[in-house]
Design a binder for this molecule. Sequence first.
Ligand SMILES: [Zn+2]
Length: 50
Amino acid sequence: MSYDREPREMHKITCSECGQEAEVPFKPDGERPVYCQECFSKKRKPRRRF
Ligand SMILES: [Zn+2]
């Protein structure tokens, strides 16, 4: 069977970066800014060089 994985609960958010609506698999705490997939991955990209 393929029911071994629970569906992720998606939460609708408004991206703090670009203002687009998006869904995130975590619950926004309302304090920290939330980003859409695109902005999130942009933010996650390390800019530091070692
Ligand atoms: Zn965005």
